[in-house]
Design a binder for this molecule. Structure first.
Ligand SMILES: NC(=O)c1ccc[n+]([C@@H]2O[C@H](COP(=O)([O-])OP(=O)(O)OC[C@H]3O[C@@H](n4cnc5c(N)ncnc54)[C@H](O)[C@@H]3O)[C@@H](O)[C@H]2O)c1
Length: 389
């Protein structure tokens, strides 16, 4: 079983030629890896980044299998990528690259096979191009082939903010478990955390390799997109962005070692390493990105009693609402945003409690508990299906 789960079910490497705006032709490497189908169609994001290679895509596809199993959505794991720097291309070039990549991987994607979604360097517009290319080849519109698409094309209300909302939800649960709360807020309880994301969403900050980086304090897409008056908490929290003692510009390592309660690395993998883990001052790390903590750093943080909420739990809000979007697309029906957010909160809360209980029962870390629960679910599906032939 270990060997089966350590091996991707299907891997596709494709060349993606692009006619550039100046008439020259560039060729990029593209990949789609489907790690597992035991619990349903493969599901995973599409990444545009020069760091993309087959090994990275493989690892990310496997993570998707565990993530989907942990939050109990009926999917296996997949991931895709094109080794391209999107910031160096015009919109027209990005559209051509996306459409060509889609046509190359077209035989292995589809609403019942493998459903891409946005990831680093891609967004809802990318998903619209994928959907259109796929639909053109089928001769009819197939909205369920991607998630994270624009609302006008069948995207789900609440999808744009879902990953952040889920991160905020478990961050507040983690804080409550450590006896701390955000000023002016009580921790979310099961199924009633509609407003949970608001305080964390009110201050959006990003670290960059290109230091010093601006720390964005503008309204986040989450608070713009998802907090209705009715769902806001009655007491307004102090806005940390208004705190003049907080610097407006920082380099990446300085940001990771700020004196804060909760650290949410939410961009790239491998940023908390054995070189900086001892300097992390947060008592809770919530992994918004996939794989932001190296294994060595994870051990250092655990030894220092820093609570690490693992990526497959912390950032699962995206795939949960992607699942809701797929269900809505396949039924040609749209749910209310409050319904989406409530169902998201319920699944995140259930997954959180399952992980906490499993970790407590076996005296293991949350990462080990989350992975163990997920692997067990996938193995159960394998066992029930049996081996063909
Ligand atoms: N989008 C989702 O719904 C979703 C869901 C689950 C997990 N994730 C994970 O979250 C992470 C971010 O994905 P995203 O979709 O938000 O991507 P994004 O492209 O929207 O954001 C990535 C951020 O990383 C920054 N960045 C890029 N290169 C950098 C570098 N070298 N150093 C520092 N910062 C850099 C960019 O400026 C950008 O702010 C990834 O690990 C992704 O797999 C995303």
């Amino acid at each position: 079983m270990h060997r089966m789960l350590a091996t991707s079910r299907r891997e596709m490497a494709v060349a993606v030629p692009l006619r550039r705006d100046d008439g020259s032709i560039a060729v990029y490497e593209g990949f789609r890896v489907q790690h597992n189908f035991s619990r349903g169609p493969a599901k995973g994001g599409l990444r545009f980044s020069t760091a993309v290679d087959l090994d990275e895509v493989r690892a990310l596809a496997m993570w998707m299998t565990w993530k989907c199993a942990l939050v109990d959505v009926p999917y296996g794991g997949a991931k895709g990528g094109v080794a391209i720097e999107p910031r160096e291309h015009s919109l027209g070039e990005l559209e051509r690259v996306t459409r060509r990549y889609t046509s190359e991987i077209l035989p292995i994607i589809g609403p019942d096979m493998d459903i891409p979604a946005p990831d680093i360097g891609t967004d809802e517009r990318t998903m619209a191009w994928i959907m259109d290319t796929y639909s053109a080849s089928k001769g009819h519109t197939v909205p369920g082939v991607v998630t994270g698409k624009p609302i006008a094309l069948g995207g789900s209300l609440g999808r744009a903010s879902a990953t952040s909302r889920g991160v905020a939800h478990v961050a507040l649960l983690a804080m409550a478990s450590r006896g701390s709360t955000l000023r002016g807020h009580r921790p979310p309880s099961r199924g009633s955390a509609r407003w949970a994301a608001t305080p964390l969403a009110s201050c959006r900050r990003r670290a960059s390799r290109w230091s010093p980086c601006p720390m964005s304090t503008g309204p986040s897409s989450m608070s713009e997109a998802s907090t209705s008056r009715a769902s806001r908490p009655t007491s307004t929290p102090r806005d940390p962005c208004a705190d003049s003692s907080v610097p407006t510009s920082l380099d990446r390592d300085a940001l990771l070692t700020l004196d804060v309660d909760v650290l949410v690395p939410a961009a790239l993998e491998g940023v908390i390493t054995e070189d900086n883990a001892a300097q992390v001052r947060a008592s809770i790390v919530v992994e918004g990105a996939n794989g932001p903590t190296t294994q060595a750093a994870d051990e250092i943080l655990t030894d220092r009693d820093v609570l690490v909420v693992p990526d497959i739990l912390a950032n699962a809000g995206g795939v949960i609402v992607s699942y809701f979007e797929w269900v809505q697309s396949n039924q040609a029906y749209q749910w209310r945003e409050s319904e989406v957010n409530d169902r998201l909160a319920e699944r995140m809360t259930n997954a959180w409690h399952a992980v906490v209980e499993h970790a407590g029962a076996h005296r293991i870390t949350y990462r080990e508990a989350a992975t163990a629960l997920a692997v067990r679910r996938v193995i159960e599906a394998h066992d029930l299906r049996g081996l063909y032939p």
